[in-house]
Write a protein that binds this ligand. Structure first.
Ligand code: SME
Length: 160
């Protein structure tokens, strides 16, 4: 059993350092990508507040395919360029969306979602997956959340 904790009452940058350390410890030395994505999705779900979905889409060919996640069942395949996730995958750039209803082509997998953060996981200059966080609160994610999840993506790049 793992019992990772990160105090949400501390500055966000420190919170994300602890989250990254926990993710590093969970995935170090484990070569199985599914196991690593599953554990990190569960870790993020457990520690990051105000989420209604947290998980991975994997880049396979020209589309994203649902990977390990926590939350409601979600759409399975997203073409590159579609929605928030597909935009991040196509451009290789993180998407910080304060209001999903204002994002052209947003794919509503869970009607509760109001804001979203999607970060590509890049290995050898190729997007291999995206990390997707959804929140029921508009404007939930800021630049520190972005930096924290990008750091997580960096740790995972060689492990998924
Ligand atoms: N909203 C995403 C789809 C994935 S779900 O949020 C889990 C999008 O527009 O790409």
């Amino acid at each position: 059993m793992y019992d990772f904790q990160a105090d949400i009452d501390q500055p966000k940058s420190q919170f994300y350092r602890e989250l990254a350390a926990a993710a590093d410890a969970l995935t170090a030395g484990e070569p199985d990508a599914v196991a690593n994505m599953a554990n990190v999705a569960a870790l993020v779900w457990q520690l990051v507040p105000e989420l209604n979905w947290a998980g991975f889409y994997r880049a396979i060919g020209e589309e994203l395919v649902l990977g390990p996640f926590c939350g409601r069942p979600a759409c399975i395949r997203i073409p590159f360029g579609s929605g928030v996730c597909g935009t991040a995958a196509l451009n290789g750039e993180s998407q910080l969306v304060a209001d999903v209803h204002a994002f052209p082509g947003h794919i509503a997998c869970d009607a509760a979602s109001q804001s979203e953060l999607v970060v590509p996981v890049v290995r050898d200059d190729t997007v291999v997956a995206v990390i997707d966080l959804d929140s029921p609160r508009a404007g939930r994610f800021d630049e520190e959340d972005l930096a924290g999840i990008e750091a997580l993506a960096g740790i995972l790049a060689a492990r998924i």
